[in-house]
Design a protein around this ligand. Structure first.
Ligand SMILES: [Zn+2]
Length: 230
Protein backbone atom coordinates (compact mmCIF):
# COMPACT_ATOMS: atom_id res chain seq x y z
CA UNK A 1 0.00 0.00 0.00
CA UNK A 2 2.76 2.38 0.95
CA UNK A 3 4.41 1.86 -2.41
CA UNK A 4 1.38 2.83 -4.43
CA UNK A 5 2.22 5.74 -6.70
CA UNK A 6 1.10 9.11 -5.45
CA UNK A 7 -2.22 10.05 -6.92
CA UNK A 8 -2.23 13.14 -9.04
CA UNK A 9 -4.53 15.94 -7.99
CA UNK A 10 -6.61 15.28 -11.07
CA UNK A 11 -6.92 11.60 -10.13
CA UNK A 12 -7.93 12.65 -6.63
CA UNK A 13 -10.53 14.96 -8.05
CA UNK A 14 -11.79 12.25 -10.35
CA UNK A 15 -12.11 9.95 -7.36
CA UNK A 16 -13.76 12.73 -5.42
CA UNK A 17 -16.12 13.37 -8.30
CA UNK A 18 -17.11 9.72 -8.38
CA UNK A 19 -17.72 9.73 -4.66
CA UNK A 20 -19.57 13.00 -4.83
CA UNK A 21 -21.86 11.67 -7.55
CA UNK A 22 -21.66 14.60 -9.88
CA UNK A 23 -21.38 17.47 -7.44
CA UNK A 24 -17.87 18.26 -8.65
CA UNK A 25 -17.96 21.20 -11.01
CA UNK A 26 -15.21 21.57 -13.55
CA UNK A 27 -14.02 24.83 -15.01
CA UNK A 28 -16.25 25.96 -17.84
CA UNK A 29 -17.20 29.31 -19.36
CA UNK A 30 -20.64 28.98 -17.84
CA UNK A 31 -19.26 28.56 -14.35
CA UNK A 32 -16.68 31.27 -14.83
CA UNK A 33 -19.24 33.82 -15.97
CA UNK A 34 -21.87 33.05 -13.37
CA UNK A 35 -22.29 36.09 -11.14
CA UNK A 36 -22.58 34.85 -7.58
CA UNK A 37 -25.29 36.28 -5.36
CA UNK A 38 -24.29 37.97 -2.13
CA UNK A 39 -20.98 39.31 -0.93
CA UNK A 40 -18.02 36.98 -1.13
CA UNK A 41 -14.95 36.39 0.99
CA UNK A 42 -11.82 34.45 0.18
CA UNK A 43 -10.71 32.42 3.20
CA UNK A 44 -7.03 31.38 3.14
CA UNK A 45 -6.62 28.61 5.70
CA UNK A 46 -3.31 28.12 7.53
CA UNK A 47 -0.82 28.64 4.70
CA UNK A 48 2.08 28.88 7.14
CA UNK A 49 5.75 27.93 6.90
CA UNK A 50 5.37 24.95 9.25
CA UNK A 51 2.69 23.40 7.02
CA UNK A 52 4.80 23.67 3.86
CA UNK A 53 7.98 21.93 2.71
CA UNK A 54 10.85 22.36 5.21
CA UNK A 55 8.34 23.15 7.95
CA UNK A 56 7.74 21.26 11.19
CA UNK A 57 4.58 19.57 9.92
CA UNK A 58 4.79 19.78 6.14
CA UNK A 59 2.00 19.03 3.73
CA UNK A 60 3.33 17.85 0.36
CA UNK A 61 2.58 20.52 -2.21
CA UNK A 62 2.07 23.25 0.36
CA UNK A 63 4.52 25.68 -1.21
CA UNK A 64 2.95 25.20 -4.65
CA UNK A 65 -0.44 25.88 -3.09
CA UNK A 66 0.91 29.10 -1.60
CA UNK A 67 2.19 30.20 -5.00
CA UNK A 68 -1.14 29.42 -6.69
CA UNK A 69 -3.05 31.35 -4.04
CA UNK A 70 -0.81 34.34 -4.63
CA UNK A 71 -1.53 34.21 -8.36
CA UNK A 72 -5.24 33.71 -7.72
CA UNK A 73 -5.40 36.81 -5.54
CA UNK A 74 -3.53 38.83 -8.15
CA UNK A 75 -5.95 37.74 -10.87
CA UNK A 76 -9.22 37.59 -8.90
CA UNK A 77 -8.89 40.22 -6.18
CA UNK A 78 -11.84 42.24 -7.44
CA UNK A 79 -14.19 39.26 -7.11
CA UNK A 80 -13.86 39.37 -3.33
CA UNK A 81 -15.33 41.85 -0.91
CA UNK A 82 -12.81 40.78 1.72
CA UNK A 83 -9.92 38.35 2.10
CA UNK A 84 -9.30 36.69 5.46
CA UNK A 85 -6.40 34.44 6.44
CA UNK A 86 -6.53 32.00 9.33
CA UNK A 87 -3.44 30.79 11.15
CA UNK A 88 -2.58 28.12 13.68
CA UNK A 89 -1.14 30.13 16.60
CA UNK A 90 -0.17 27.90 19.48
CA UNK A 91 0.95 29.05 22.92
CA UNK A 92 0.20 26.02 25.10
CA UNK A 93 -2.20 23.77 23.20
CA UNK A 94 -1.98 20.82 25.60
CA UNK A 95 -2.35 17.37 24.05
CA UNK A 96 -2.40 18.86 20.53
CA UNK A 97 1.42 18.68 20.80
CA UNK A 98 3.17 15.39 21.52
CA UNK A 99 6.68 13.97 21.57
CA UNK A 100 5.08 10.81 20.14
CA UNK A 101 2.40 12.21 17.87
CA UNK A 102 -0.21 9.96 16.27
CA UNK A 103 -0.73 12.42 13.38
CA UNK A 104 -4.48 12.18 13.92
CA UNK A 105 -5.12 13.93 17.22
CA UNK A 106 -1.60 14.84 18.28
CA UNK A 107 1.19 16.46 16.31
CA UNK A 108 4.82 17.51 16.55
CA UNK A 109 5.36 21.03 17.84
CA UNK A 110 4.31 23.47 15.10
CA UNK A 111 3.12 27.03 14.54
CA UNK A 112 4.13 28.39 17.93
CA UNK A 113 2.85 31.93 18.29
CA UNK A 114 5.43 34.42 17.08
CA UNK A 115 7.81 31.79 15.65
CA UNK A 116 9.21 31.75 12.13
CA UNK A 117 7.28 28.54 11.48
CA UNK A 118 4.00 30.27 12.25
CA UNK A 119 4.57 32.97 9.63
CA UNK A 120 2.54 32.99 6.45
CA UNK A 121 4.54 31.19 3.79
CA UNK A 122 6.64 33.62 1.73
CA UNK A 123 5.43 32.03 -1.53
CA UNK A 124 2.13 33.79 -0.85
CA UNK A 125 4.03 36.94 -1.80
CA UNK A 126 5.05 35.61 -5.24
CA UNK A 127 2.51 37.70 -7.12
CA UNK A 128 1.09 40.08 -4.49
CA UNK A 129 2.06 41.52 -1.12
CA UNK A 130 -0.09 38.93 0.61
CA UNK A 131 -0.58 40.53 4.01
CA UNK A 132 -1.56 43.85 2.44
CA UNK A 133 -4.47 42.11 0.68
CA UNK A 134 -5.91 40.85 3.97
CA UNK A 135 -8.85 42.44 5.75
CA UNK A 136 -8.36 40.26 8.83
CA UNK A 137 -6.09 37.59 10.25
CA UNK A 138 -7.83 35.03 12.45
CA UNK A 139 -5.65 33.21 14.98
CA UNK A 140 -6.69 29.92 16.56
CA UNK A 141 -5.41 27.19 18.84
CA UNK A 142 -3.68 29.30 21.46
CA UNK A 143 -4.54 26.95 24.36
CA UNK A 144 -5.98 23.87 22.66
CA UNK A 145 -5.99 22.26 19.27
CA UNK A 146 -8.30 24.13 16.90
CA UNK A 147 -8.84 23.01 13.33
CA UNK A 148 -11.65 25.31 12.26
CA UNK A 149 -11.01 28.95 11.52
CA UNK A 150 -14.40 29.61 13.12
CA UNK A 151 -12.82 28.72 16.48
CA UNK A 152 -10.38 31.60 16.14
CA UNK A 153 -10.47 35.34 16.67
CA UNK A 154 -9.14 38.39 14.89
CA UNK A 155 -6.83 40.91 16.52
CA UNK A 156 -9.83 42.89 17.77
CA UNK A 157 -11.32 39.80 19.44
CA UNK A 158 -14.08 39.18 16.93
CA UNK A 159 -14.72 35.65 15.74
CA UNK A 160 -14.42 34.80 12.06
CA UNK A 161 -18.22 34.62 11.87
CA UNK A 162 -18.50 38.12 13.35
CA UNK A 163 -15.91 39.48 10.93
CA UNK A 164 -17.80 38.01 7.97
CA UNK A 165 -21.25 39.08 9.13
CA UNK A 166 -20.07 42.62 9.78
CA UNK A 167 -19.27 42.82 6.06
CA UNK A 168 -22.49 41.09 4.94
CA UNK A 169 -20.58 38.14 3.55
CA UNK A 170 -22.82 35.30 2.34
CA UNK A 171 -20.41 33.28 0.25
CA UNK A 172 -16.99 31.86 0.96
CA UNK A 173 -14.30 30.62 -1.38
CA UNK A 174 -11.99 28.44 0.69
CA UNK A 175 -8.37 27.53 -0.06
CA UNK A 176 -5.39 26.39 1.99
CA UNK A 177 -3.93 23.66 4.17
CA UNK A 178 -4.60 20.97 5.02
CA UNK A 179 -7.63 19.77 3.10
CA UNK A 180 -8.29 16.89 5.49
CA UNK A 181 -7.98 18.91 8.72
CA UNK A 182 -8.27 22.67 8.99
CA UNK A 183 -9.77 23.28 5.55
CA UNK A 184 -12.38 20.57 6.13
CA UNK A 185 -13.23 21.80 9.64
CA UNK A 186 -13.51 25.41 8.50
CA UNK A 187 -15.71 24.52 5.53
CA UNK A 188 -18.04 22.34 7.60
CA UNK A 189 -18.42 24.98 10.32
CA UNK A 190 -19.12 27.58 7.67
CA UNK A 191 -21.87 25.44 6.19
CA UNK A 192 -23.43 24.99 9.67
CA UNK A 193 -23.40 28.77 10.00
CA UNK A 194 -25.20 29.12 6.69
CA UNK A 195 -22.51 30.29 4.29
CA UNK A 196 -22.59 29.22 0.67
CA UNK A 197 -19.19 27.77 -0.05
CA UNK A 198 -16.86 26.73 -2.80
CA UNK A 199 -13.64 24.80 -2.24
CA UNK A 200 -11.08 25.78 -4.87
CA UNK A 201 -9.36 22.41 -4.90
CA UNK A 202 -6.16 23.21 -6.85
CA UNK A 203 -5.31 25.66 -4.08
CA UNK A 204 -5.62 23.05 -1.33
CA UNK A 205 -3.41 20.14 -0.29
CA UNK A 206 -4.01 17.31 2.15
CA UNK A 207 -1.94 15.37 4.67
CA UNK A 208 -2.82 12.12 2.90
CA UNK A 209 -4.49 11.21 -0.37
CA UNK A 210 -7.10 9.08 1.37
CA UNK A 211 -7.76 11.82 3.87
CA UNK A 212 -8.13 14.38 1.13
CA UNK A 213 -10.66 12.28 -0.78
CA UNK A 214 -12.62 11.56 2.38
CA UNK A 215 -12.60 15.23 3.35
CA UNK A 216 -13.80 16.29 -0.09
CA UNK A 217 -16.62 13.77 0.22
CA UNK A 218 -17.58 15.18 3.64
CA UNK A 219 -17.53 18.74 2.34
CA UNK A 220 -19.49 17.82 -0.76
CA UNK A 221 -22.08 16.04 1.38
CA UNK A 222 -22.39 19.22 3.45
CA UNK A 223 -23.15 21.24 0.34
CA UNK A 224 -19.71 22.68 -0.41
CA UNK A 225 -19.21 23.07 -4.14
CA UNK A 226 -15.89 21.55 -5.21
CA UNK A 227 -14.30 23.58 -7.97
CA UNK A 228 -11.51 22.28 -10.17
CA UNK A 229 -10.06 25.45 -11.64
CA UNK A 230 -6.49 26.14 -12.54
ZN1 LIG B 1 -2.02 22.99 15.39
Amino acid sequence: MCEAPALSRRALLAAGATLAAGTLVGFSPGVAQAKPAGRTALIVVDVQRDFCEQGALPVAGGTAVARRISRWIRDHRTEYDIIVATRDWHIDPGAHFSQTPDYVNSWPVHCQAGSVGAQFHPALDTHVDFTSTLDAVVSKGQYSGAYSGFEGTAKDGRTLDQVLRSRQIARLDIVGLATDYCVRATALDGRRLGYRERLLTPMCAGVSDAGEISAMQDMSDAGVQLIDQP
